[in-house]
Design a binder for this molecule. Structure first.
Ligand code: P6P
Length: 333
C-alpha cells in the first residue's frame, strides 16, 4: 500500500474535515521539521558534544541538560519567523516568548516541553518532545501569560515526537490520533498508524514505585490491589513498566493499553504531582482521549482544568479508560 507523507495527510484531513486551516497546517509542519532536527541532535550523542548538563537551572529548579537547551532553541528558531504564532511557552523558559516584532504575528500559541525525559538522555533511553496548540484570544494585542490560561479542551492540536529505536510523531487535531515514522533517508514523516485506539482494559500499569510510602490512600489502595494479582480483588495478575519518559510510557499505552500514573503525594502539598499541565498533561490528555482513553487528575478530566499558572503541576492518571475509572473512583469515593 502506498504510504502518504505528513503533508499529504494534513491536506487530505483539511479537505475531508475542515479542521486544519492552512496556518495550522504550516504550524504543525514547522514543529514536525523542528522535531526532525532535534532527533538528529539527540542521535549524535557524545559525537555531537551534546550530552551532559549545562551549568544552568530552569524555572522548575531542575539542572538543564545541554540537549534541553538545544531542543528549546531549535523550536524557538523554527517557529519565530513563519507568521503563524503570536507567542510560545516552554518548560525551559520562565516566561512566555512573544514573537519578535520584526516578524508578523499569527493566531496560534504553542506550548512545549522541548525534551521530555531528560534524565534518560545520557543513558540512551527514549526521550521526546511534547507540544500543544491553542488559539490566541480574539483581539489579544500583546501576548500575555494570561492568554495561555485556557483549559485543555481549547487545544486545536497536540502531539509528541518520540526519539527511540524509530523516531515517531503522534498527532491529533481533534479527529483521532495518527502516527508518522521518520524516513531518515528521505527526511520525511510517513503515516504508519491511522486512528490509533487504546484498549479499554489493560493488565499493565506505569508508576514510579519508589514513591509508594508517600502516596495518598486512593493510590495506595489501587496499586496494592494490582500487586495482589489473581489472589486479590482484581482476580488477575498485572505487569509493570516505568520508563521515566512520559512520551515513551504514553506511546506504549497508545499501542497496547495501560495506565500511567504520576500522583500527588504527601511530600509537598504545594506541588500536586510532578507533571506540568500546559505542556505535558494537557497535550497527552488530548491525545489519549482522542484515542478512546481517559485522563484525570484523580478528581476531574485533565482537559477541564482551568489553568492559573503557566508551569503549574497536576496529578496525572491516564490511559485505558476502565482502569482510569477505577483509580479515579477511589479518589472520589
Ligand atoms: P521520576 C521526565 O523528567 C518526567 O517529566 C516525565 O517524562 C516522566 O514520566 C517523569 O518525569 C519521571 O519522573 O520521578 O520517575 O523520575
Amino acid at each position: 500500500m502506498k504510504r502518504i507523507s505528513l503533508t499529504q495527510y494534513l491536506v487530505e484531513e483539511q479537505r475531508q474535515n475542515n479542521t486544519i486551516p492552512a496556518e495550522l497546517r504550516l504550524l504543525i509542519e514547522v514543529v514536525a521539521r523542528a522535531c526532525k532536527t532535534i532527533s538528529h541532535a539527540v542521535g549524535k550523542g557524545a559525537l555531537g558534544e551534546v550530552l551532559g548538563t549545562a551549568d544552568t537551572e530552569n524555572v522548575q529548579g531542575e539542572v538543564q541538560k545541554k540537549l534541553d537547551i538545544i531542543s528549546n532553541e531549535i523550536l524557538l528558531e523554527a517557529n519565530e519567523w513563519g507568521g503563524h504564532l503570536a507567542a510560545m511557552a516552554s518548560e525551559e523558559m520562565e516566561t512566555i516568548h512573544p514573537i519578535p516584532n520584526r516578524y508578523p504575528k499569527g493566531e496560534y500559541m504553542l506550548t512545549f516541553d522541548p525534551l521530555d525525559g531528560s534524565s534518560n538522555i545520557d543513558v540512551n533511553v527514549s526521550i521526546g518532545t511534547i507540544f500543544s496548540v491553542l488559539k490566541a484570544p480574539e483581539g489579544m494585542g500583546e501576548p500575555t501569560e494570561e492568554a495561555f490560561m485556557q483549559p485543555g479542551t481549547k487545544q486545536v492540536a497536540a502531539g509528541y515526537a518520540v526519539y527511540g529505536p524509530q523516531t515517531m510523531l503522534v498527532l491529533t487535531t481533534g479527529n483521532g490520533v495518527n502516527c508518522f515514522t521518520l524516513d531518515r533517508e528521505m527526511g520525511s514523516w510517513v503515516l504508519t498508524q491511522r486512528d490509533m485506539k487504546i484498549p479499554a482494559k489493560t493488565k499493565e500499569f506505569a508508576i514510579n514505585m519508589s514513591n509508594a510510602r508517600h502516596w495518598h490512600a486512593p493510590v495506595k489502595r489501587y496499586v496494592d490491589e494490582l500487586l495482589e494479582g489473581e489472589n486479590g480483588p482484581r482476580g488477575t495478575n498485572f505487569n509493570m513498566r516505568w520508563v521515566a519518559s512520559m512520551v515513551a510510557d504514553v506511546h506504549r499505552i497508545l499501542n497496547r493499553g495501560g495506565i500511567f500514573m504520576y500522583p500527588a503525594d504527601t511530600r509537598d502539598t504545594s506541588m500536586p504531582g510532578k507533571l506540568r499541565l500546559m505542556y505535558e498533561a494537557n497535550p497527552m490528555a488530548f491525545i489519549v482521549e482522542q484515542a478512546g482513553g481517559a485522563a484525570t487528575d484523580g478528581q476531574q478530566r485533565i482537559l477541564d482544568i482551568q489553568p492559573h499558572k503557566l508551569h503549574q503541576r497536576v496529578p496525572v492518571f491516564l490511559g485505558s479508560r476502565d482502569e482510569v475509572a477505577v483509580v479515579t473512583g477511589y479518589h472520589q469515593g
